[in-house]
Design a protein around this ligand. Structure first.
Ligand SMILES: Nc1ncnc2c1ncn2[C@@H]1O[C@H](COP(=O)(O)OP(=O)(O)OP(=O)(O)O)[C@@H](O)[C@H]1O
Length: 486
């Protein structure tokens, strides 16, 4: 009927056969095309067309991949750390991380969040991107998320994470030469703020050559603010540390290892260990505590020293009595009454000194070495000569300034207390260590009671010392008298 009304219309059977022959031709053409042009070539052509036809953008995007091959990309870590300080208060999503060893919680910006920043008036925008794992065909659909992670061996690539930085192309130079180095520096500062200072004991198995180290967090609260010592001396030490830190190029120029040596000497309880902790907390350097009496010999010492890292402090306490150090020719001088008897020293002082100079000259940066002693006069002059120990710091008995620091720290009492005049007079005329006074100040929370107790303690100490001095004077007098008579 329809063919009678519209005689020019094709019949359904002719339409069907035309469709069948057309789809056969398409399939034939597709097969031929796939055989003639392999997938790589097709992809290349598509990419080339896309590249030339894409509208040119005025924006440049820098990509910070999380990994550079197998190694971590420091620039990614630096950018991530820096961006933690730029998180928008209105952010909808944030990432929270914390490793077992960390004592703080990290708040980081999440994927697809954008952060706007500016550098010298140049607006920039940051974006964190997480690319899900993909199969080898380039799509991520058949990834088995229930397994939790992809397996490259089974045809999947791992999740890719990167950070993008977008800005106007005309600022490329300034962003790369100024903004990025500034971010690296800033991230290092942030890292230092968070860093937990570690205390590691350098020991060797039974004096043998196999060295190992134990490590704990240094929870010593001592800082330069809490340290009771002469303010001028305190400032000198801080200035010296700051100068040391910023002189990397200087040390390189003059061909010296970037290291600094301090000798702390003074009576027990004057704050030598507290000063070491204050330096470590100030610089955020780890401390390596080397027990010389446990070191078997030169090779053992070498092994232990190689375990120490840069930006660290090597501490050798009580150098005068920790071991019978022989002199530079290997002959033990007979002037170490406190030295540990029994075992012959298996390494030489020259071994120790050469190590500090030699090893750190070639593979040590930002190293500090600190020796402590209660008896400076007993040390080998080779250890005292300039260049070996750069600064000799005398930790003396408590001064008036030192007492003020302790009273402020322990009692939150400042110069206004009526007992201060009497206490200061007593401190001026008698030798008392900060440790002794600190102990007295801890006895109660009541400042009046504590200061009254301190006065009693200082008077008692004065009396005892006066008596013992009188005793010595009488003895000398009697001896002289006996000599005259004879
Ligand atoms: N200068 C100081 N400032 C503040 N506190 C101090 C000072 N000196 C000593 N103390 C207090 O006394 C305690 C013992 O001091 P520290 O161990 O630092 O003395 P030291 O000189 O290293 O003694 P030693 O020679 O016996 O090792 C410290 O924990 C601290 O509380």
């Amino acid at each position: 009927m329809a063919s009678q009304v519209f005689p020019e219309l094709p019949t359904p059977s002719s339409l069907l056969s035309a469709y069948a022959s057309m789809s056969t031709s398409i399939m034939l053409f597709r097969t031929m095309f796939n055989q003639l042009f392999p997938r790589e070539l097709r992809r290349y052509v598509v990419d080339a067309v896309r590249f030339y036809w894409k509208p040119k953008s005025s924006k440049l995007t820098l990509v910070f991949d999380e990994k550079d091959g197998m190694t971590a990309n420091h620039m990614f870590d630096a950018a991530e750390a820096f961006l933690c300080t730029r998180i928008n208060p209105n952010s909808d999503r944030l990432r929270i991380t914390k490793s077992v060893k960390e004592t703080h919680i990290n708040i980081k910006f999440a994927d697809s969040e954008e952060i706007a920043d500016s550098f010298e008036g140049i607006p920039v925008s940051w974006r964190y991107v997480r690319q899900p794992p993909q199969n080898r065909n380039g799509d991520g659909d058949d990834f088995d998320y229930s397994m939790g992670k992809s397996s490259p061996g089974r045809g999947f690539s791992l999740e890719k994470r990167y950070i993008e930085l977008k800005f106007d192309k005309k600022y490329k130079e300034i962003i790369i030469t100024s903004y990025l180095p500034w971010i690296v520096k800033r991230s290092q500062e942030l890292e230092d703020q968070k860093k937990v200072v570690k205390l590691r004991n350098l020991q060797s198995y039974g004096g043998g050559p196999g060295g190992y180290k134990e490590s704990v967090n240094l929870d010593h609260p001592s800082t330069f603010e809490t340290l009771a010592m002469d303010p001028k001396m305190k400032k000198m030490i801080i200035d010296d540390l700051n100068l040391f830190l910023r002189r990397k190029d200087f040390y390189k120029k003059v061909g010296k290892a970037w290291k600094r040596g301090y000798l702390l000497y003074g009576p027990p309880g004057t704050g030598k260990s507290s000063l070491i902790a204050a330096i470590a907390n100030y610089l955020k350097f780890d401390i390596y505590d080397l027990q010389l009496s446990n070191v078997g010999g030169d090779s053992s010492l070498k092994k232990l020293m190689l375990q120490t890292s840069n930006r660290s402090i090597l501490v050798i306490e009580d150098i005068d009595c920790s071991i019978q150090l022989p002199d530079r020719k290997g002959i033990a001088p007979a002037k170490f009454p406190d030295a540990k008897p029994g075992r012959d020293p298996m390494f030489t002082l020259s071994g120790l000194l050469n190590f500090i100079d030699g090893l750190w000259s070639c593979c040590g940066d930002e190293r500090i070495i600190i020796f402590t002693t209660n008896h400076k006069e007993r040390l080998d002059p080779a250890l005292l000569r300039p260049g070996r120990m750069d600064m000799h710091i005398h930790m003396s008995y408590l001064t008036v300034d030192g007492f003020e620091t302790l009273a402020a720290n322990y009692l939150n009492v400042h110069n206004q207390h009526w007992r201060f005049r009497e206490i200061k007079e007593l401190i001026k005329c008698k030798k008392v260590t900060p440790a002794e006074v600190a102990e007295e100040l801890m006895k109660s929370e009541d400042a009046d009671e504590v200061l009254e107790g301190l006065v009693r303690f200082l008077k008692r100490k004065k009396m005892e010392e006066d008596e013992s001095e009188d005793g010595v004077d009488n003895e000398v007098h009697e001896t002289k008298k006996a000599k005259v008579i004879s």
